[in-house]
Design a protein. Structure first.
Length: 150
């Protein structure tokens, strides 16, 4: 009986349509400077959604990854800095209607400080430390709005 060859590259299945219920496991970081201001990153045109909106550093938790490992990775990728003094602050699980689909979202919010010089990735066009009173809710992505104000 001939041996089957292993496929080096998995075939990508063409999605017929997006499933109605997807759980997104997300993390965001509340990063404060020594004056207590909060770091926000402005989304660039490299993103599909929320272009020009401000957000906290963060993103998706990858399969098999813990939220703690994910926030370390995301902060490093988005700011070029190492997060230090990490502490979980909040956890939310909620349903959200986005782009015509009902989504189930898990959001873990951490606080931390940054070690090293800040360098943005291509996903962001600007960064700024804001006083909480100066943050306009309308200029934030929905997840960052929830993480900061709820």
């Amino acid at each position: 009986m001939p041996k089957k060859k292993k496929r080096l590259f998995a075939r990508k299945k063409k999605p017929s349509s997006r499933p109605k219920n997807i759980t997104f496991n997300l993390v965001e970081a509340l990063v404060r400077d020594n004056k207590g201001r909060l770091l926000l990153l402005k989304r660039s045109r490299e993103n599909s959604f929320f272009i020009g909106k401000w957000q906290l550093p963060g993103g998706k938790v990858e399969r098999g990854e813990s939220p703690l490992h994910a926030i370390k990775r995301e902060v490093k990728e988005e700011t070029g800095c190492s997060p230090i003094e990490l502490r979980q602050e909040k956890y939310f699980f909620f349903e959200w209607r986005f782009d015509g689909f009902d989504e189930k979202i898990a959001l873990t919010v951490f606080s931390c400080k940054l070690k090293g010089p800040l360098h943005l990735c291509l996903d962001h066009s600007a960064h700024k430390f804001f006083k909480l009173s100066a943050i306009k809710k309308s200029s934030l992505t929905p997840m960052s709005k929830k993480a900061i104000f709820e």
